[in-house]
Design a protein around this ligand. Structure first.
Ligand code: AMP
Ligand code: MG
Length: 486
């Protein structure tokens, strides 16, 4: 176990030339305090959880005291935002403190969001508010527990610094972790400036750090694009199957590792609506729930475009073109297991697609429905499911076909339930649950943030004492609006 003073830093990104980043220290904040600490993430750093109780911990992750061995910098990148190219973005309020290598040999970026201005802040104040920091912290830990690739979060630090958004808000910082924070936009910034040597340098760096198995490949850049495409396609399938809407799928928020990155106005699906728009600034619905796979593919095309100096167009297209098959295949696998079938065959595709149509028409709670489907009893009327529909005729029709399919594989009710409960969560991060935790935290009661993290880290377990966290949102909680201003 390590303390804050002897973390094993290996700052590979800082060793890249100055063109890739700006060296910058976090700007200190007044009277920082600990809002939330996640021992699961600390374990990834071999960090003794006891250190969270020390004032040094708060000082370090408030950006008030440098960590021994860190080499803080802001990463340069660009990106397509809502379809338009923005030539320079970069870490405008997040600072990469450094990269920690753990005993298992894994490397984790310590990325401090809300740490003050950098060369890339443009008109922003370099800060983050408590509300969005808690949402990011809970969001990524909930996703991790669901088995969806994502950044992780170590802690949230609050400060007395006042932040101006739609009104005055409490300032905060969140410490985010990932094996790398390189994004699609990290390549775009150099390709659009025709700095092709930089593109190659970054591609070679990323392969070395994150895709070492591709290093010796003859056509390593083509293989790299192909693997990023595959990972991103699988990630998009995970989002769709779990009912997760990211909200701001700009290319600067697309991780080169195919993990969920940058939790802003994201949302988990409650009453099922394929056109769900969680970001209320997204008027056109470009990033609506059902657009995500298409947008992920579009974003990959932007990445491929920026790698064209490293490969010919046909190879780039071939790598990119694996997307539909990988996405559809993975989605089919995930949905087949969600409905409790043991074999994955193409003929079952209409079974779950038609179910989604039935759920959409009746606006049934997505998570509660699939959890309840685990209690399906062959040969019975399944009132517990029927009562979720105001007019159950379409559901009955579907249940009939479902029953036939289950009979064909001689499905056993209790075995199936066990299998389904391992993939259909009981607990998701409903917006209103996050909202309650945030309101309490604003009044300096942080207990709910921690309790919620505790519930969400075991989303598939029954947790009978936590039953109320599995309930649908009350009326006020269904009308919450989440904006980009964070
Ligand atoms: P996001 O929507 O959080 O992915 O941010 C998009 C870009 O805007 C990134 O380059 C951010 O660093 C930058 N940005 C967002 N909020 C701020 C802020 N308050 N101060 C400075 N830069 C910001
Ligand atoms: Mg971003």
């Amino acid at each position: 176990m390590r303390t804050l003073n002897n973390l094993h830093f290996d700052n590979s990104y800082a060793r890249l030339p100055d063109a890739f980043h700006q060296r910058v220290q976090p700007t200190p904040v007044p009277s920082p305090y600990l809002v939330a600490f996640n021992p699961d993430a600390a374990q990834l750093l071999d960090l003794d959880p006891f250190v969270a109780q020390l004032p040094e911990f708060v000082e370090a992750f408030a950006g008030n005291r440098p960590l021994a061995g860190s080499d803080p910098l802001a990463m340069k990148y660009a990106g397509h935002q809502f379809g338009s190219y923005v030539p320079q973005l970069g870490d405008g309020r997040a600072i990469l403190l450094g990269e920690v290598r753990n005993e298992a040999g894994e490397k984790w970026d310590l990325h401090l969001k809300g740490a003050g201005k950098t060369a890339f802040s443009r008109f922003g104040d370099g800060r983050a508010v408590l509300r969005s920091s808690i949402r990011e912290y809970l969001g990524c830990e909930a996703m991790h527990a669901l088995g969806i690739p994502t950044t992780r979060a170590l802690c949230v630090i609050g400060t007395d610094l006042e932040i101006y958004r739609e009104g005055v808000e409490t300032g905060a910082l969140v410490l985010r972790m990932a094996p790398s924070h390189v994004r699609f936009g990290s390549f775009e910034v150099f390709a659009h400036r025709e700095q092709f040597d930089r593109v190659e340098q970054l591609a070679s760096y990323t392969i070395e750090q994150c895709y070492p198995h591709l290093k010796e490949r003859e056509v390593k850049y083509v293989a790299f694009l192909r693997e990023v495409t595959e990972r991103t396609a699988r990630l998009a399938a995970h989002w769709q199957a779990a009912g997760f809407a990211h909200g701001v799928l700009n290319t600067d928020n697309m991780s080169i590792l195919g993990i969920t990155l940058d939790y802003g106005p994201y949302g988990f699906m409650e009453d099922f609506d394929p056109g769900f728009i969680c970001n209320h600034s997204d008027e056109g619905g470009r990033y609506a729930f059902d657009q995500q796979p298409k947008i992920a593919y579009w974003n990959l095309a932007a990445l491929a475009q920026s790698l064209l100096s490293l490969m010919n167009v046909d190879d780039a297209k071939a790598s990119l073109n694996v997307f539909p098959d990988v996405f559809n295949g993975h989605m089919h696998r995930l949905m087949t297991t969600k409905v409790g079938l043991t074999s994955v065959v193409d003929e079952d595709m209409p079974l779950w697609t038609s179910l989604l149509d039935v759920l959409a028409e009746a606006k049934v709670d997505y998570t509660i429905f699939f959890r309840q489907l685990g209690n399906f009893v062959l040969g019975e009327r399944n009132e517990h499911l029927r009562e979720m529909f105001s007019t159950p005729a379409k559901f009955d029709e579907w249940a009939e076909r479902y029953g036939e399919r289950l009979r064909r594989e001689e499905s056993n009710d209790s075995d199936r339930k066990m299998r389904m409960n391992r993939v259909n969560p009981k607990f998701i991060l409903r917006n209103y649950l996050a909202q309650i935790a945030i309101q309490k935290a604003d009044l300096k009661d942080f207990s709910e943030v921690d309790r919620l993290r505790g519930v969400l880290r075991r989303p598939f377990d029954e947790q009978p004492e936590m039953e109320h966290y599995a309930k649908p949102a009350p009326a006020w909680g269904k009308r919450l609006q989440i904006s980009c201003s964070s």
